[in-house]
Ligand binder design. Sequence first.
Ligand code: NAI
Length: 282
Amino acid sequence: MKKVVVIGGGVMGLDIAQVFAKANFDVVIRDISDEVIHNAEARLNKALDKQINKGKLNELGKKALIDKIIFTTELTLAADADLVVEAAVENLEIKKQVFAQLDTICKPSTIFASNTSSISISAIAAATKRPDKFIGIHFFNPAAVMKLVEVIRGANTSDETFDTVFKLVKAIGKEPVSVHEAPGFVVNKILVPMINEACDLVYTGVASIEGVDTAMKLGANHPMGPLALADLIGLDICLAAMDTLYSETHDSKYRASLLLRKMVRAGWLGRKTGKGFYDYSK
Ligand code: NAI
């Protein structure tokens, strides 16, 4: 494998692109408009400058990394990709549309992967004529730092595709865990309902935002409180995961907190919009 195309230059896509570029792959990031793609390029520059300031990277390393990544709005650059990793918005219809298009553009051997947090891999794969070459590669936020990658088999994922991707994940320096398709996979089945409970504790006045986060940091030894983590993940992503868990199981324990839904409706999505449970505008 040499060439990886990342669909979506948002929070996850940009970091995933960096991971592959660092592992010496040729990387293309595709997003929907010139404005978004230029913004992604600027964010990468800023992130790499931060690493230089911390002494984790030098100017040469930065240049080498940037030279490995092409920023584009053209999906056709995926034609000769060995792997496509989709990190577009958490919406089944959009993901299906993107992959249906890619299916006609990419060479037959291209492996398709989605970084979805909670959507069924089989459902997305059904939009293509290559469900055997379709798999979940689920990175964690921030993907450049977090070691874990859930490698998720859809109903039709072949053993060959699974083995190739499992080895690839190790080759890029991550720790893969094999997961069979299930709503929320492993981490989000546990983590997102916990975040949802934290939202409810605030909504019902049991404790303040800071109180809930302090309690979980000091009482459960979590490095970060659940509400600060929700801001990092994106409240829209958390809500989409809760809604998927609920719609797939019809179990009321997965009903999204009204506070979470209200905040998403208000556009308070966390760090990426400058406001969530905490204020990031400064
Ligand atoms: P984001 O909202 O930061 O970025 C999504 C990007 O996709 C945006 O730049 C948007 O313009 C772009 N996009 C939308 N439609 C597109 C299309 N047709 N083609 C190309 N780009 C398109 O979202 P984020 O947080 O990066 O999430 C992306 C995916 O990764 C979602 O499926 C999410 O569930 C998953 N994920 C998110 C994590 C998180 O902590 N935020 C963790 C692990 C997975």
